[in-house]
Design a protein around this ligand. Structure first.
Ligand code: IMP
Length: 390
């Protein structure tokens, strides 16, 4: 059994990480965020009620968990305070005992949001000021939350601020079970994604160490979350994008509209090259496949197993934009299944073609699938391999 688990997006974000973190948080002691800011939107359904969290770790919905926002996160103080109030309004406890924010995290200021809207439209950012805030941090011109709180006399924020590196190392050393909550996905990573159409943080597992101040040796299990197909919000290459009716059907059925901006997500087939790259740069131990239920009733399901570029066949992912934009995906076709999977609770009883689809992904990526998700509810989560979980 793992004592620390990282949840990382294996695609372009929106893979359903929030739901999986919420599911695993039940057995965790600590949930910690290490990157991004309120560009994230984690939608969680509990007992028919929808909660969307942008900044606060999903563990807040469970009693008795410690939630940490690490130094690698950029925090819009106004959004943080609003989210705290909103959760409290829903009867959820949020105090400095169960939410601790790094005093070293940098503040997103109004000027950052203005600049994002003015300068980054071509990227299709979430306009939350994320890029400009990180830019100021790296340029050594940023404002840490502790300084923001002091300068603005923000007495509401101050009690939540601490040195979270000390705290989390302490908790890990005491044997507490920690979940590292990734935001966005591998292909949006500033270094390893489809630059410049990326976010401004390290979304990959390496970001956990810098974004929280812990050693790589302290991360035990790394799980990648991938949808059974691909989606992308914002601009940038997406080789398997579907512009036909099948794409529209998946978009509608999968409710592929952004949790943060409401923008329609671009939809495409599962890209095994891309996910295999995510397996490599993150060192994924196992995969969680979400939204498998959305593919029911599609006659033939495709998986991208190569790219054809300038007459050459490429079998390994490249984040070279020129290749990604111009390549033609090479597909393998698998027969689909008609059955609705929403009530399925035993993988052994899945339609054979749905099982084959998962098995083929395991073969292509060369890692096991440990969880399959077939709906938004906690109960619609099927465990295939317990050894990767708490
Ligand atoms: P930014 O993070 O707002 O700077 O946006 C940069 C790119 O990342 C844009 O293409 C956004 O749509 C995308 N992005 C940022 N956060 C998320 C997310 O949580 N899910 C999916 N895409 C995101």
């Amino acid at each position: 059994m793992a004592n620390s688990i990282a949840i990382i997006g294996a695609q372009f974000g929106d893979e359903g990480k929030g739901k999986i973190i919420d599911f695993l948080a039940e057995n965790a002691d600590v949930v910690a965020r290490f990157n991004g800011g309120n560009n994230a939107g984690h939608t969680i359904n509990v007992n028919g009620k929808t909660v969307i969290l942008h900044l606060i770790p999903s563990g807040i919905l469970h009693k008795g968990k410690i939630n940490i926002i690490g130094n690698g996160v950029v925090v819009d103080p106004a959004v943080l305070m609003e989210e705290i109030e909103e959760l409290k309004g829903k009867g959820i406890k949020v105090t400095p005992d169960n939410l601790i924010v790094s005093e070293n995290a940098h503040a997103i200021l109004e000027k950052h949001i203005r600049e994002d809207k003015e300068k980054n439209m071509h990227i299709g950012t979430t306009s939350r000021g994320i890029g400009p805030a990180y830019t100021d941090k790296v340029a050594r011109a940023g404002l840490k939350l502790i300084d923001y709180a002091n300068q603005s006399n923000n007495s509401k924020l101050k009690p939540f601020l601490k040195n979270t590196a000390l705290l989390i190392n302490n908790l890990i050393d005491k044997g507490k079970k920690v979940l590292f909550e990734g935001a966005q996905g591998t292909l949006l990573d500033i270094d390893h994604g489809t630059y410049p159409y990326v976010t401004s943080s390290n979304t990959i597992a390496g970001g956990i160490c810098t974004g929280l101040g812990i050693s790589p040796k302290k991360i035990k299990t790394i799980l990648g979350v991938a949808k059974a197909y691909t989606t992308r919000v914002g601009n940038g290459a997406m080789p398997t994008e579907l512009k036909d009716d099948t794409g529209k059907i998946i978009q509608q059925k999968g409710k592929e509209f952004g949790a943060t901006t409401g923008r329609a997500r671009r939809v495409g087939w599962f890209d095994a090259l891309m996910c295999k790259y995510a397996v490599m740069v993150n060192g994924l131990d196992a995969l969680v496949i979400t939204k498998l239920d959305i593919l029911s009733e599609i006659e033939n399901i495709k998986i991208c197993v190569g790219y054809k570029h300038n007459g050459k066949i490429i079998r390994e992912f490249s984040n070279n934009i020129e290749i990604l934009q111009k390549c033609e995906p090479i597909y393998e076709e698998l027969p689909g299944w008609k059955e609705n999977l929403n009530d399925a609770n035993d993988f052994n009883l899945f339609p054979q073609n749905a099982k084959n689809y998962i098995k083929r992904i395991e073969e292509l990526l060369n890692i096991p699938v440990c969880i399959v998700s077939v709906g938004a509810e906690r109960s619609q989560t099927i465990i295939l391999r317990k050894e990767f979980l708490f």
